[in-house]
Design a protein around this ligand. Structure first.
Ligand code: C5P
Length: 198
């Protein structure tokens, strides 16, 4: 069975948490596509060459989760050739047998417009910055400024900008517990699963 759950939204909105939990619950594979862009940014040098030569090892670096790596990722992600180099891998992953959950910025709009379920997971910038601060520590005001700058770059770029697909279900997690957000995501998947699996 091919079944794709596309999850898009801004940084620290809860995409990863929801994506991992959905994958575990339904036995689907999960791909955090932000990690691909983070790995390209972290390699340094020419980002197009870095994207074309990306290996599984590059995704295991332990510095990919930092704010700096997210910032570097969003800078390389504006290059159409970087995005093109990462496209086929993501598409093949989305349509693998057994079901897949992908989270990112352009999954429901560009990578997998035919996804069976599309979720747009969002939250206010303040809430997202606070979550990042709880996770990484540091200066919360600076984190908020970084989150806003990254949103602007991701929304404003001309190739594959961050936006909700027309047929996406929006989940605003600002005032939702993880459990409540997850319950809505699970219901959205169950509603689209073939009867015998739901
Ligand atoms: O989701 P994460 O914070 O790891 O993403 C890092 C950056 O990678 C994003 O700010 C965005 O610029 C880029 N990205 C993207 N398309 C995706 C996933 C991430 O442009 N599908």
């Amino acid at each position: 069975m091919q079944f794709t759950v596309a999850i898009d939204g801004p940084a620290a909105a809860g995409k990863g948490t929801i994506g991992r939990a959905l994958a575990a619950q339904f036995g689907f594979a999960h791909l955090d596509t932000g990690l691909l862009y983070r790995a390209v940014g972290a390699k340094g040098g020419d980002p197009v060459l870095a994207a074309k030569s990306l290996t599984a090892d590059d995704l295991t670096r332990d510095d990919l989760r930092s704010m700096a790596a997210g910032e570097a990722a969003s800078r390389v992600a504006v290059h159409p050739q970087v995005r093109a180099a990462l496209l086929q891998f993501q598409r093949a992953f989305a349509r693998r047998m057994g079901g897949a959950v992908l989270d990112g910025r352009d999954i429901g709009t560009v990578i997998c417009p035919e996804a069976e379920v599309k979720l747009f997971v969002t939250a206010s910038a303040d809430v997202r910055a606070h979550r990042r601060w709880l996770e990484l520590g540091g200066d919360e005001g600076q984190i908020l400024a970084d989150v806003i700058a990254r949103d602007e770059r991701d929304i404003g770029r001309s190739d594959a900008p961050l936006r909700a697909a027309d047929d996406a279900i929006t989940l605003d997690t600002s005032a939702l517990t993880v459990e409540a957000a997850l319950a809505r995501a699970v219901a959205a998947v169950q509603a689209k699963l073939p009867r015998r699996l739901g």
